[in-house]
Write a protein that binds this ligand. Structure first.
Ligand code: ACO
Length: 315
């Protein structure tokens, strides 16, 4: 398969580190050097499905297709207001699309997990065009009294349209299952039969453990996919890394020994938007005209699960 269109949509409200310091014991001096984040887009009166819809329509327009041309829609999402129907169905209804619709919850690597599913549909000869939308509102998952998590996140949606082609050279999905380092729980409605105590736990993250996992796993994933495809670091034009923390991206960059110019980043004014991070970055780079035909791109992402994924494709 190959990418023929990208799109993204962000909430209008921008919250700076200085804004956060108005109600949290934090500061720009603490957040910026440790994360690379100066501001983030935060949902206010928007609905996540509207951001997903806008990103999808922009990607379809970029691809020169209509919703009726899409054979499969995969939506990556961790949290939204609907428990049912799936977010892919909610977005499909909004844009008038009538193809099979699948939701996946693979946290931050969701875009690459969705690409892997799409690639297998192409290989099975079942589809001609696939739409992937990653729509996330992680700012609704954290406690806004927990300065160690809420400062890290921003909301948004990113989308990409794929058609037949042989530009995807390799995708590898990995897991190192562990709940305790990164999780969130919420109680379901009570019944007369539930006897256990269920608690609401806003996003809990062992920052240092997740940091180490992110750098070591991404390096391992990228080195493995390069080895398997017989490609050197020097041959890669752009490393599209999940925008979780600039220091994580820096650790990966140094580990690979590649120049900064090969690591596009938008974390400065986006924060971490979970699975939406890679396709939003992709769309912004695409619209800036950063990529030329044949450029070699490596995507790497990591997050709750703990899951990670890597993909190597040509533009
Ligand atoms: N402002 C001011 N002080 C803070 C803040 C804040 N926002 N957050 C934490 N601190 C304080 C802590 O309370 C602690 O104080 P103490 O020493 O008095 O106890 C001190 O700063 C150091 O805290 P650490 O958590 O040890 O700080 P660290 O240098 O590890 O940085 C951070 C924390 C930025 C979260 C880092 O661990 C990190 O980036 N981890 C990776 C997290 C991540 O990117 N996850 C995303 C991947 S998964 C996903 O996308 C869902």
């Amino acid at each position: 398969m190959k990418i023929i269109g990208t799109g993204s949509a962000l909430p209008k409200k921008v919250v700076t580190n200085d804004d956060l310091a108005q109600f949290l014991d934090t500061s720009d001096e603490w957040i910026l050097p440790r994360t690379g984040i100066r501001s983030r887009h935060v949902i206010t009166d928007e609905r996540l499905e509207d951001l997903g819809k806008d990103a999808a329509l922009l990607a379809l327009k970029d691809a020169g297709l209509t919703p009726g041309d899409i054979d499969l829609f995969i939506c990556s999402n961790v949290v939204n207001e609907y428990l049912t129907p799936s977010l892919s169905c909610v977005i499909s209804a909004a844009i008038g699309m009538h193809c099979p619709a699948i939701d996946i919850n693979c946290a931050c690597p969701g875009f690459i997990y969705a690409m892997d599913i799409a690639e297998n549909y192409f290989l099975a000869g079942k589809v001609s065009n696939v739409l992937i939308v990653c729509a996330e509102e992680p700012t609704r998952m954290t406690s806004w009294t927990d300065r160690s998590t809420c400062v890290l996140f921003g909301d948004g949606a990113g989308a990409a349209v794929f058609t037949k082609g042989d530009n995807v050279k390799a995708i590898k999905l990995n897991s190192q299952p562990s709940v305790i380092h990164l999780y969130e729980t919420r109680p379901l409605l009570p019944t007369p039969f539930i006897t256990r105590h269920e608690t609401e736990q806003p996003l809990h993250m062992d920052g240092r453990e997740v940091f180490k996992f992110a750098v070591s796993t991404s390096l391992r994933d990228i080195e493995e996919i390069l080895r398997k495809t017989g490609t050197s670091v020097d041959e890669i034009d752009f490393f599209m890394i999940h925008q979780a923390n600039l220091r994580i991206i820096e650790g990966i960059r140094r580990g690979l020994g590649a120049p900064e110019s090969k690591f596009p980043s938008n974390i400065y004014d986006h924060g971490n938007s979970s699975s939406a991070s890679c396709p939003i970055l992709l769309d912004e780079c695409n619209r800036k005209g950063l990529f030329k035909r044949g450029d070699k791109l490596v995507f790497s992402a990591f997050g709750a699960g703990l899951l990670s994924a890597v993909a190597f494709l040509e533009w």
